[in-house]
Structures are given as structure tokens and as C-alpha cells.
Write a protein that binds this ligand. Structure first.
Ligand SMILES: Nc1ncnc2c1ncn2[C@@H]1O[C@H](COP(=O)(O)OP(=O)(O)OP(=O)(O)O)[C@@H](O)[C@H]1O
Length: 293
């Protein structure tokens, strides 16, 4: 194993993002659908946290809450110890579905964000700055292409470059790789890890892939199946960095963590199924009637 170059969030690193008994619901009154039920989460500065969960459990809702796009109906969401401000460029989000502007080229999509945030740059410095992020995600040569002319992996890289170009303090990644084929997915995993190791930011990444979470994160936080999801038992990933996927496959600690996390997720799913079935088969508390009289 390569020497541990980890210099992240220790015990005493400041808390960057925090959910305190946060309940998030859609709809009103008896029709309300509770997605997160008194959820608690702390993310420290420079930490890479992976949230894993089943489809529909509330992962995107969690990310939107951490971005300040959704306000909990009760409890609190805090940013650097203060109530979460409205969404801003300090919290960059990469969505599952790219959210690129189709009428702008690769350069145009990144430049739009940069133009607004880096008014200090001259036109030529801004051009170099945009190019730096294009090169960073290996889109060099595709500068003039439109999103429709890019593959899924390239679009996701563009989306990542655009968000990184805003130099957010916190990077919120909502299943950024789930729509990609396995090969492109592993290339982009490596790119995100490389970028994160170069320029440590606080990252919360949602994924439904346990291997991806173990490979990339410092800590894995499972979301229990909804409705009324909570954050479950956490898994600390103490594997040294940089992590090499081929070596990791033979690493006993990697295998152990992967098995533990998978087993836990399967248990959560089984428990939730049992709860649903118990609810379905609970009979009303009736007294037998005396039919003879
Ligand atoms: N705006 C909304 N209005 C009403 N219900 C919503 C809204 N957004 C999400 N939900 C519901 O909240 C639940 C959680 O949705 P969410 O998108 O957060 O889950 P997810 O874990 O990200 O799912 P997936 O992995 O499939 O993307 C779902 O049942 C969904 O129908």
C-alpha cells in the first residue's frame, strides 16, 4: 500500500454542513409525504462523505437540503454553524442529469458561470481560466462542441468542470456517475478523486454503489429506506490515499468494508420490507360479535 497522504478533516476539523433533527416533507397536512425524518448528519471541512441509499429513499432531497434548495419543516440545516443561507456559488452541485445549457458550447457553459463570479479577470485571463477547467476534465479538443454533440460521460465531465470552475467550498454530487457505463464511470471516479486530492474541498456525494463509496470517500453514511428516512450506521474508510482500484480489489480492509456496508444495506432493506408487510397485515382490533343472540 502506498503511504498515507491523507490530510483531511481530523476529529477537530470544523463542521461545514450539519443536519440537526431535520424533517423534510412534501405536501401539507395529512397528505404530507415525509422524506427525511429527524435526520442528523455532520460533515467536516475537507471531508469526503458518500451517502448511499436505495432508489427513492431521499438522497436527492438530502442533497437539495444541504444546498439550501429545500428547507426542513422542523429541525435545522446549518452551514458553518449558522442557519443555511439560500443557495449560492459556495455550494456547487452536480446533478445526475447534467443540467447543461444546450445552446452553449463547452466553453460557453463554463464561461457563463465564470463570467458572473470572476469579474476580476480580464477577457484573456478568463479564457485561460475556462481552458484550465476544460483541460482538467480532459475535454481538450471539444471546446466548440454543444452538449448534444457530447457523450454522456463527456457531458458529466463538463457539468463537473463547470461546477469546479466556480471554486465552491462544498461540492454536492448527486449520483453524478449513475447514468454512465462501467468503464466511463471508473474513469470519472478516478478523475473526481484526483481533483479532490489536488484541491481538497468538502464533498458530499450521493451514490447507490457501495464499491464507489468505499473507493472514494472518507466516510460512508447510509440512508435508511423511506418514507421517513434517517441516516444510519456510519462506516469510516481508513484506506490510505491515493487509492488504486486494482490494488484495492485485493485489499482485505477494502473487502471487509464493502461486505460490511453491503450487508448493512441488505439488512436495512429486509427490515423495511418486514415493516411494510407488518403494516399491510395488521388486522383491526375487533371484538368477536355474538351472532347467536
Ligand atoms: N418535489 C417533490 N414533491 C413531492 N414528492 C417528492 C418531491 N421530490 C421528491 N419526492 C418524493 O420523495 C421521495 C424521495 O425522492 P428523492 O428524489 O430524494 O429520492 P432518491 O433517493 O434521490 O431517488 P433516486 O435514487 O431514484 O434518484 C420519493 O418518494 C419522491 O417521490
Amino acid at each position: 500500500m502506498i503511504a498515507n497522504t491523507k490530510m483531511t478533516s481530523g476529529e477537530d476539523a470544523p463542521v461545514m454542513l450539519e443536519l440537526k433533527d431535520a424533517t423534510v416533507a412534501f405536501g401539507m397536512g395529512s397528505d404530507a409525504y415525509v422524506v427525511l425524518d429527524q435526520a442528523n448528519l455532520q460533515v467536516k471541512e475537507n471531508e469526503f462523505v458518500a451517502v448511499i441509499g436505495y432508489s427513492g429513499s431521499g438522497k436527492s432531497t438530502l442533497i437539495s437540503t444541504l444546498a439550501g434548495l429545500i428547507t426542513p419543516v422542523s429541525g435545522a440545516v446549518q452551514y458553518r454553524g449558522k442557519p443555511m443561507p439560500p443557495p449560492g456559488p459556495d455550494r456547487g452541485i452536480v446533478f445526475q442529469n447534467y443540467s447543461l445549457l444546450p445552446w452553449l458550447t463547452v466553453v460557453g457553459n463554463i464561461d457563463l458561470a465564470v463570467k458572473r463570479l470572476r469579474r476580476d479577470l480580464t477577457r484573456s485571463a478568463r479564457r485561460d481560466y475556462v481552458q484550465k477547467y476544460i483541460d482538467m476534465v480532459n475535454l481538450t479538443g471539444s471546446e466548440k462542441k454543444y452538449p448534444s454533440e457530447l457523450s454522456g460521460g463527456m457531458r458529466q465531465r463538463l457539468s463537473l468542470a463547470r461546477t469546479l470552475s466556480m471554486q465552491p467550498e462544498v461540492l454536492l454530487l448527486d449520483e453524478p456517475l449513475s447514468a454512465l457505463d462501467a468503464l466511463t464511470r471508473s474513469v470519472l471516479q478516478d478523475e473526481i478523486i484526483r481533483l479532490w486530492e489536488e484541491d481538497r474541498r468538502t464533498v458530499v456525494m450521493v451514490t447507490n454503489d457501495v464499491d464507489e463509496a468505499v473507493l472514494m470517500a472518507d466516510r460512508i453514511v447510509p440512508l435508511t429506506p423511506g418514507p421517513g428516512a434517517k441516516l444510519g450506521r456510519e462506516f469510516e474508510v481508513t484506506l490510505s490515499r491515493p487509492r488504486d482500484r486494482t490494488t484495492l480489489n485485493f485489499d482485505p480492509e477494502f473487502k471487509h468494508l464493502r461486505n460490511e456496508a453491503t450487508r448493512y444495506m441488505l439488512q436495512l432493506s429486509a427490515d423495511s420490507k418486514t415493516r411494510r408487510e407488518t403494516r399491510r397485515f395488521t388486522l383491526p382490533d375487533l371484538e368477536p360479535a355474538n351472532l347467536s343472540g
